[in-house]
Design a protein around this ligand. Structure first.
Ligand code: ADP
Ligand code: MG
Length: 257
């Protein structure tokens, strides 16, 4: 597998008044295409800063981020916006859905920016809503849905344009334990199916169990970087396969990824 994301000597220092805040010291990482990768660390360890620089939302103080053939750190704002539109999907802690429009319209937003016509957008959005188990909620507004449902809409929106990369910043931060597991399982299965690269940042080690690789970050440096040999999803798959025929029929209502 070729390397897809290359992070070289990345540092970010914020100037706050007279003080310098070192958010990232010196990060070197390579992430291959299709990997489900988790950045795990406590609050303030630099996770969001790292993700923002991967997406080109902030400029590094030192070092660079290369995605595929593109040196993201060298792009101007306009090229960055286009690069994000073409290649990156985002999932946010607070969902970031537009409150005044319906679920399907929220899911279809990335397609508006790609210039797809309304009929095409609606069809693609409905298909995605079905995949996340919300076919019957297409006309609901975000306020008419639970947190877990809103996050599933957020996931549908992130994946609708089939971006090669999806970034998720604390995607389960506002969800209870059971819903967190459902959301993680859905997002990871979706990324695996289409070999999309998924980078999740979280402070929750339970969430990290769904990834192929766990990168532990402490005070802006990588402390440990290890494969996750006991991926919850694979375990879940094995347990599922072991279920009796009778039990299997109970799972029919689950989202069909
Ligand atoms: P995490 O996402 O792991 O909680 P962040 O990446 O948000 O951590 O923050 C890392 C460090 O950088 C923290 O000390 C934070 O206060 C600081 N920081 C983040 N963004 C800014 C900013 N815009 N200005 C100044 N300091 C910042
Ligand atoms: Mg953060």
């Amino acid at each position: 597998m070729g390397e897809f994301i290359e992070i070289r000597n990345l540092a970010k220092i914020y100037q706050v008044g007279d003080e310098k805040v070192v958010a990232l010291r010196k990060i070197n990482l390579s992430i291959p295409k299709g990997q489900i990768c988790c950045v795990l660390g406590t609050s303030g360890s630099g996770k969001s800063t790292l993700l923002n620089m991967l997406a080109g939302l902030e400029k590094p103080t030192k070092g660079r981020v290369v995605i595929g053939e593109t040196n993201v750190s060298a792009l101007d704002e306009k090229s960055l916006a286009l690069f994000r539109q073409d290649h990156i999907g985002f999932v946010f802690q607070s969902y970031n859905l537009l409150p005044t429009i319906t679920a399907w319209e929220n899911v279809a937003l990335p397609l508006v920016f790609r210039g797809m016509d309304k009929a095409g957008r609606e069809k693609a959005a409905q298909k995605m809503l079905k995949r996340v188990g919300l076919a019957d909620r297409a006309l609901h507004k975000p306020t008419e849905m639970s947190g877990g449902q809103q996050q599933r809409v957020g996931i549908a929106r992130a994946f609708v344009s089939r971006p090669s990369l999806v970034f998720a910043d604390e995607p389960t931060g506002n969800l209870d334990t059971k819903t967190s597991h459902e959301v993680m399982s859905l997002m990871v299965r979706m990324a695996k199916k289409y070999r999309q690269t998924l980078v999740i940042v979280t402070h929750d080690s339970e969430v990290a169990r769904y990834s192929d690789r766990i990168i532990h970050i402490i005070d802006g440096v990588v402390d440990r970087d290890e494969p996750n040999r006991n991926c919850l999803l694979e375990k879940e798959g094995r347990e599922h396969a072991e279920k009796t025929e009778e039990e299997k029929t109970k799972c029919k209502g689950e989202p069909s990824v």
